[in-house]
Design a protein. Sequence first.
Length: 315
Amino acid sequence: MLPHLSTYKYQSHFSSLPQTSLILIFKSTMSSSTIIILSAFLFSFSIAASAANFYQDFEITWGDGRAKVLNNGDLLTLSLDQASGSGFQSKNEYLFGKIDMQLKLVPGNSAGTVTAYYLSSKGSTWDEIDFEFLGNLSGDPYILHTNVFSQGKGNREQQFYLWFDPTADFHTYSILWNPQRIIFSVDGTPIREFKNMESKGVAFPKNQPMRIYSSLWNADDWATRGGLVKTDWSQAPFTASYRNFNADACVHWGSSSSSSSCSSNSGSSNAWYTQELDSTNQDRLSWVQKNYMIYNYCTDTKRFPQGLPQECQSS
Ligand SMILES: *[C@@H]1O[C@H](CO)[C@@H](O)[C@H](O)[C@H]1NC(C)=O
């Protein structure tokens, strides 16, 4: 069942911290009529700028100043140097949603660095949906590494090259997660689908709310050409950027598993909740898998001598 719709996203703008504190600062120095005009201005501004606000939706969790929210909350940057990487997480937990983020990855010689962007729940039987971007030498291709964990079990890697340079511009990386399927997309093109195959005994993430996490760290023991190419610290700090976060999602409240509210930015529909790949998108998925997929656990018979995982055995 789809939990009830609410306008939570709208309401939360009013408690947005930066605007509130600005009003408090001005209050001590200005006449009351000025405050009213100023408040009205800030109020309308907060609605206009509300589409994505990293102050509102995320918190920086580590990196000692290496992660920064900039441009009034429109932009977030992570950086990595020899002493530390950095990371952030969403304030909300989600139980199903369509979640978009634009990323611009570490440019130039990014070998050894990994930018991870993923959803994860907590505990020893956690669920997780992963995008990981493995850096490379200048001009050599990034690898987009994906994985799905359900109830603590992963080992479902698929890796891709991209059909563009992910460091030259921002591109949109999306996770559609509904009760029937998980679809990974890049600029609206599906690259991977993980279907709910509980009927075949394969656990599917559907009971544990997940937070969004992202981090930039050094993984030169494995990331680039399997660890052969090391991080060149003379290029540090390495920086990845984020903007235009959007979640049409069910936000989970408190600790009980039953309370969540679903918001849709369009205000009109929660089509994502039952969305599936139409034939056009099925074709695009096949195009990516044929031309850009470089590793698929579902065809790695050497790795699974006892037989491929259940979800890999088609119909
Ligand atoms: C880096 O470039 C090399 C050479 O083109 C390629 O084999 C490798 O898959 C690329 N990506 C990573 C992350 O190693």
